[in-house]
Ligand binder design. Structure first.
Ligand SMILES: NC(=O)C1=CN([C@@H]2O[C@H](COP(=O)(O)OP(=O)(O)OC[C@H]3O[C@@H](n4cnc5c(N)ncnc54)[C@H](OP(=O)(O)O)[C@@H]3O)[C@@H](O)[C@H]2O)C=CC1
Ligand SMILES: O=C(O)C1=N[C@H](C(=O)O)C[C@H](O)C1
Length: 233
C-alpha cells in the first residue's frame, strides 16, 4: 500500500519502520512545517499528529476519498462531525484512542469489571495514567475511553482530574520522562482493593496496531474502531 503519514513525530517514525517491514511504501510525510500536500496516489493515510491538526487532517482525507486511520487524541469534541463527514462522503474512517492489542483486551476487562462493580456500592473507583512529559493532552485518550465504559456500567456521572464531586471519580494524570503509556483502574473498599493495569513497554504495540488497522480499512467503507479490526467485544 502507498501510505501517507500525517504527523511524523515519535509515533509516525515507529509506524514508518513497521509499515516498511510489512512491505508498504511511505509516500508522504507531513509535519508542522509542511505548507501544503497532495493526497494523490495514497491508498490510506495514518494520522498521529497533534490535537489542533487532527480534524483538518481527517477532513482532508475524507474530502479526497482517502481512507483515514487516526490515533491522535485530544480532539474528540469534533468526533461526531468527522463521522457525519465520513457518511456524507461515503468514506472510510477508523479512530482508536489506543491501537495496541493489549489495551484493547484491557478495555474488555475494564467493561466486565465495571459491570460487576456497578452493583457493589462499597467500592469506589479511581484511575491513574502515566505518560512522557511531551504529551499535550490530559487525561489520555485511553483513560477517557476507560472512563466512558465505567460511567456506562456504574452510577458514576463523570470524572475530574482534581476535586471530583461525590458522583464523580478522579483520573490522576502523571507526566514522567520517557514513559510510553501506563493505565491503572483501582476499585477500593474498606476491606480490600482490586486493580487492573496495562503497561506499554514501548510504542511498538500502538504502531503495529495502527498499520494493521490501515491494512484492514483500505477496502472498507464506513466508520470503524479497533474493536472491528480485532473482532473482539
Ligand atoms: N491511539 C494510539 O494508540 C496512540 C495515540 N497517540 C497520540 O498520537 C499523537 C501523536 O503522538 P506522538 O507521535 O507521540 O507526538 P509527537 O509530538 O512526537 O508528533 C506529532 C507530530 O505531528 C506533527 N504535526 C504538528 N502539526 C501538524 C499538522 N498540522 N499536520 C500534521 N502533522 C502535524 C508534528 O510536527 P513537528 O515535529 O514539526 O512539530 C510531529 O511530527 C498524540 O495525540 C498522541 O496522544 C500516541 C501513541 C499511541
Ligand atoms: O501520547 C501518547 O504517547 C499516548 N497517547 C494515547 C492516549 O492518549 O491514550 C495512547 C498511549 O497511551 C500513548
Amino acid at each position: 500500500m502507498n501510505i501517507a503519514l500525517l504527523g511524523y513525530g515519535k509515533m509516525g517514525k515507529v509506524i514508518e519502520g513497521i509499515a516498511i517491514e510489512r512491505g508498504h511504501n511511505i509516500v508522504l510525510k507531513v509535519d508542522a512545517d509542511t505548507k501544503s500536500y497532495s493526497l494523490e496516489n495514497i491508498d490510506v493515510a495514518i494520522d498521529f499528529s497533534v490535537p489542533s491538526a487532527a480534524v483538518q487532517n481527517i477532513s482532508n482525507c475524507l474530502n479526497n476519498n482517502v481512507p483515514i486511520v487516526s490515533g491522535t487524541t485530544g480532539w474528540l469534541d469534533h468526533y461526531n462531525d468527522m463521522v457525519a463527514l465520513c457518511m456524507e462522503r461515503n468514506g472510510s474512517f477508523l479512530y482508536a484512542s489506543n491501537f495496541s492489542i493489549g489495551v484493547n483486551i484491557f478495555f474488555e476487562i475494564n467493561k466486565k469489571l465495571s459491570g460487576l462493580m456497578g452493583t457493589q456500592p462499597s467500592y469506589s473507583v479511581a484511575m491513574e495514567e502515566i505518560h512522557h512529559t511531551q504529551k499535550l493532552d490530559a487525561p489520555s485518550g485511553t483513560a477517557i475511553s476507560l472512563a466512558n465504559d465505567i460511567i456506562k456500567n456504574t452510577s458514576y456521572t463523570g470524572w475530574k482530574l482534581e476535586n471530583p464531586l461525590a458522583s464523580e471519580f478522579q483520573i490522576v494524570a502523571k507526566r514522567i520522562p520517557d514513559v510510553p503509556g501506563t493505565h491503572e483502574v483501582i476499585y477500593n473498599s474498606e476491606v480490600d482493593s482490586i486493580s487492573i493495569k496495562h503497561t506499554a513497554h514501548s510504542r511498538q504495540g500502538f504502531a503495529l496496531g495502527a498499520v494493521i488497522a490501515a491494512e484492514w480499512l483500505k477496502d472498507k467503507k464506513g466508520v470503524f474502531s479497533m474493536k472491528d479490526v480485532l473482532n473482539i467485544g
